[in-house]
Structure formats: C-alpha cells, structure tokens
Write a protein that binds this ligand. Sequence first.
Ligand SMILES: Cc1cc2nc3c(=O)[nH]c(=O)nc-3n(C[C@H](O)[C@H](O)[C@H](O)COP(=O)(O)OP(=O)(O)OC[C@H]3O[C@@H](n4cnc5c(N)ncnc54)[C@H](O)[C@@H]3O)c2cc1C
Ligand SMILES: NC(=O)c1ccc[n+]([C@@H]2O[C@H](COP(=O)([O-])OP(=O)(O)OC[C@H]3O[C@@H](n4cnc5c(N)ncnc54)[C@H](OP(=O)(O)O)[C@@H]3O)[C@@H](O)[C@H]2O)c1
Length: 384
Amino acid sequence: MSTPTPPSVYNRANPFKAQITANYSLTSEGSAKDTRHVVVNLGESGISYVPGDSLGVVPRNFPSVVDELLPHLGLAPETPVDQPTGPVALRDLLINQYVLNRVSKKFVKGLLEKLPEGEKKTQLAEIVGNEEAFDDYVFTRDYTDVLIEYPHQFTAQEFLPLANKIAPRLYSIASSPKAHPGEVHLTIAVVNYTTHGRAKYGLASGYLGHGQEPNKSEVPVYIQPTKHFHMPANEANIIMVGPGTGIAPFRAFLEHRAIEGATGQSWLFFGDQKKATDFLYENEFSAMLEKGTLTRLDTAFSRDQAEKIYVQNRMQENGAELWKWLKEGAYFYVCGDAKRMAKDVHQKLIDIAQEHGGLSPEAAKEYVEVTLAKTEKRYLKDVY
Ligand SMILES: Cc1cc2nc3c(=O)[nH]c(=O)nc-3n(C[C@H](O)[C@H](O)[C@H](O)COP(=O)(O)OP(=O)(O)OC[C@H]3O[C@@H](n4cnc5c(N)ncnc54)[C@H](O)[C@@H]3O)c2cc1C
Ligand SMILES: NC(=O)c1ccc[n+]([C@@H]2O[C@H](COP(=O)([O-])OP(=O)(O)OC[C@H]3O[C@@H](n4cnc5c(N)ncnc54)[C@H](OP(=O)(O)O)[C@@H]3O)[C@@H](O)[C@H]2O)c1
C-alpha cells in the first residue's frame, strides 16, 4: 500500500491560495455534460499528496451573482460590515463567504415574518408550512429568484445571519505527484441548470470550471488525505471501476504505476453517456493500453443505444475473468456516484461471486462484504 500523506501547515482552517494554470473541456460539443480538466498549481506551498487523496476547495460566488442580488436587497455594494479584521465591503463579504446559488430556508422564513399581511404572505406561508413544497421551493431558487417573487428590502445585519456560510467541497485528485510535481489535476463535472428563467451554476464546480482567470485568481485549497483509498503494492493486480468523474483517482493511479514501473496488471471499467463526446481522457488511456500500463479497458456508453449499458453490464459480460482476477488476489476499486452506481456495482460483485465462484447467495455476500472488503481489504470505495 502507498504511504499516507504527511501533515501540511495548510488545511481546511488554513487553506493555501493556489493558482489554476489550465482549464479545458474533457467533453466535446454536443455533450449533455460540461466535464473539465482543471490544473491547480501548488506553487511554493510544499504541499504533498498521494494518489487516492482529495483536494478540498473553498469556493466563491461569481461577482455577477452578487451584483444581481444587491439591488433586490436594497443594499449598496460598498456597505461596510464589521468583521474581526476590520470593516469589509458587503460585496466582497458576499462573494467570499456566503452561499448564494441556493436560497436558505431560514431566509425564506425570515422573509415571511417581514412580509406585510396580504395575498403574498399567505401564499408564502402555505409553501413554508408544507415540508415537501418548501424543499422543492428552495431546491430550484436562489435569493434573487425569491426576492423577484416577494420583493422586500433587508439591511446587511438582517440579511447575513439568514444566509449560509460557504463550506469547502472535495474533489478526487486525478494526477500522480510523480507525473506532475507541484500540481494537482482535477476532473470536474460542472453543475449547471436553469430555473425560473435564470441560469445557475453549482457553487464550487461553477467556480472551478468557469469562475477563474488562469494564472491570475487565487483558489484556497488543501489536501484531504484519504484514510482508506490507497494504491496497492506495485506487483498487485487492480480492477478499477470509475464511470463519469469517478475516473479521476484512476488516472492518478495509472500515471503513478507507469512512473514506478509497476508489474501488476491493471483493468479499468469506464462509462459515460456517449463515446463520441464523453470518453474522458480517451487518448491518454489508449496510450496507456499501448504501453501496457493498462492491461484491459472496458467501456460502457449508456446512451449510444436504445437500452442503457452501464459498467456493471461490462463486469457481468467479463464475470469469469473478473472472478479469476479476484481469486488471484486483485484489488477492486470503485469511485463515483454513491446513490446508484456504487450500489449496483456492489450487487454485481455479489452476483459474480455466486455465478462464477459457485457460492450460495449468503456466502457470496459474505465473501464480498466481509472477506474482500474487511478481512483482506481488497475492495475499496471512494463514492460520493
Ligand atoms: C470525496 C469526494 C470526491 C469527489 N470528487 C469529485 C470529482 O472528482 N469530480 C466532481 O465533479 N465532483 C466530485 N465530488 C462532488 C463535489 O464535491 C461537489 O459535490 C460537486 O462538484 C457539486 O458541488 P457544487 O458546489 O458545484 O454544487 P452545489 O452548489 O453544492 O449544488 C449541490 C447539488 O445540488 C444540485 N442542484 C441544486 N439545485 C438544483 C436544481 N434546481 N436543479 C438541478 N440540480 C440542482 C446540483 O446538481 C448539485 O449536485 C466529490 C465529492 C466527494 C465527497
Ligand atoms: N452525490 C453527488 O453529489 C453526485 C454524485 C455523482 C454525480 N453527481 C452529479 O452528476 C453529474 C454528472 O456526474 P458524472 O459526470 O460523474 O457522471 P454520472 O452522472 O455519475 O454518469 C456517468 C455514467 O454512469 C451512468 N450511470 C447512471 N446510473 C448508473 C448506475 N446505476 N450504474 C452504473 N452507471 C450508471 C450514466 O448513465 P446515464 O446518465 O445515461 O443513466 C453515465 O453513463 C454532475 O452534475 C455531478 O455533480 C453528483
């Protein structure tokens, strides 16, 4: 197993201000997605990491989001707000410290209290009083959407306690420090959607994907060392399942193994919507196949045909071989969507243990969940 990352002076409470030096699209025109490769330069920070670690990023809002909101609040951008370090202009404070891409429930409740009696107040009270309607209401709206529907002015002292403070987001590191010294590479699926006639970005993915001027802006970052998602010894065989952005740590693993001259075999399962537009890092993986860094690559493009084909379908088709790898000591890694993909892949492993290992349903479950995952620690997940 790779050695854990040594502690750094930079952490969640004290992030390093890094620069983004490259940012390009991994998906091509016609894709339903906007997935980007982002290179973060660690400068003179001395920050180190190992494949399997994640990068913590403290995002900010687009200034345009704040500039759109302030007139609805009835507040001037330069309004001074007392902070422990001295007064700060409201515009800067909002850009750097408050989540503005989604309205908070406490703000909607605060607004309801302030609205004068009448039709609008009754209407909003009905929404707030119904849990499901309230969840739906805040899911699709930001502060500007709400203030367009229910105009009302706030002082800075009234507004700020009703908004949520920004929290960092984690991104799986997609690079080996041996291949890219002083850099961290990320694979970011930019969240974007239009609701109530206004386009919105996910806070951190929008900031990283489209809120930066390369080589200019400062991005607060820190390493979140992994507790369990370490690479195995170089002689070990590895099976990696990483659809979508789940591919990120496996690019790091493969780059690392190539530089270290790993003798173990590597088998990658990748999937995304369409081969023509969403085959992330296709050229890199083709080159790795040619060089032998990658022994096998099985892809599942879900929307290239009428029926969905997912990574677990490819596992099923190659079940006998996959079972052979596992019995011979291969490590099995999964990264990406926790809600659906990782659950289905988990079940597929159990099915394969039954079908190709001849195990009963109970024994197959025990083999995957206890022997592989806990006793031998050869089944590792980084899912979100
Ligand atoms: C360990 C770990 C590793 C990760 N690695 C990666 C990685 O390598 N690459 C990657 O891209 N992500 C990764 N993530 C996810 C990442 O941390 C963020 O959660 C993701 O980028 C979304 O954050 P955001 O700030 O852009 O969106 P937020 O602003 O936090 O939005 C949150 C979510 O709400 C949804 N949403 C909100 N309102 C609406 C609406 N009206 N309509 C539709 N959707 C809506 C968005 O789809 C989004 O998923 C990882 C997470 C963890 C925990
Ligand atoms: N919990 C989270 O915050 C979270 C986790 C993962 C992704 N996301 C969001 O989803 C968006 C895209 O993410 P992504 O690029 O990483 O890809 P993704 O949405 O995870 O999709 C990658 C591939 O997995 C397929 N897939 C869907 N359901 C599956 C299942 N049950 N089993 C196996 N494969 C399955 C998809 O197919 P189809 O789409 O054709 O069905 C697609 O081909 C982003 O906006 C991202 O932020 C959020």
